[in-house]
Design a binder for this molecule. Sequence first.
Ligand code: KG4
Ligand code: ZN
Length: 359
Amino acid sequence: MSDLLLLGIETTCDETAAAVVRRREDGSGSILSNIVLSQFDEHAAYGGVVPEIAARAHVEVLDDVIARALRAAGVTLADLGGIAAAAGPGLIGGVIVGLTTAKALALAARKPLVAVNHLEAHALTARLTDSVPFPYLLLLVSGGHTQLVCVTGVGRYEKLGGTIDDAIGEAFDKTAKMLGLPYPGGPAVERAALGGDPNRFALPRPLLGRPEPNFSLSGLKTAVRLEALRIAPLSDHDVEDLCAGFQAAIVDVVTDRVRYGLRAMRERGHAPSALVLAGGVGANQAVRRALHKVAADGGTRLAVPPPELCTDNGAMIAWAGAERLALGRRDGLDFSPRARWPLAEVDAAQGAAATAPAA
Ligand code: KG4
Ligand code: ZN
């Protein structure tokens, strides 16, 4: 098989994104274009993503974002080997917009369609940016998901642990909202934490030392809220200290849980080639720094895409599409968008025909 050029479309949340990626025969890849239009302004007034507003905003700009991605890559639809779109999980209105557009383009240009699981796209991005071989331990930390996953191949995901309540990104977002910081909360909390004292408040580190690598964030979030209420009204300085304390607790929790995750992976007989950090929270510098050390202590290395490829983007969708297409996996135009679609069910959803080996 020769080089594959894939268009990728991402519309599962509040980013409208399209990109063109090349996958070479040797399995390496490069990004030819990557256009991301964030809807921050549309949602800022509400302190979070409003699904109906998101879906309408995708409809308004997606055609233009795709045209820009193709233009910036210097390619036309005819040059593509396939068209990939995130088919879930996510806000269903947005998913429908992206997947339907991809189907129309695939039909018109007579190209294969690849319906990509958004989580799988996060999971495989480090193979595009860092050529990470299988197997590896994935820490997927986004607005909606917090999971430790043993990745042994494309479509082969074994969940080792996950959150029993909030996702880490969600905890960042809720903490920001509670402290009057702007949406999206993660970057705002990280910025505020820079000037704060992480030791001023005694905040809990839930599940520390438990052998199953699960997470729990709701107790930490509540503790921050109680401290904020206790010392209200909050000065800028108080907010900085609360953010620093919250982020330090997150770093301690993530550090400990990943140590146990590495252990759990080895117990299953897999030696990780890397610890891969993926999802929006992977953009957090304190988390990245801490995990470098955890990986080294665990006899492996940390592979983490640059921050703009940790948050939602089209390149990760295009790349996951290319990895699947290279294995002969493509999808029918009747593929249904999915609001809920766990990583472990990626191939089950695609049906027998779609998972048949390449001809
Ligand atoms: O992967 P992503 O872009 O979208 C989802 O699939 O959810 O992740 C978004 C999440 C949000 O909760 C956001 O607050 C968080 O990632 N995030 C961060 C940072 N940048 C984004 N959390 C902590 N620190 C950051 N710098
Ligand atoms: Zn995401």
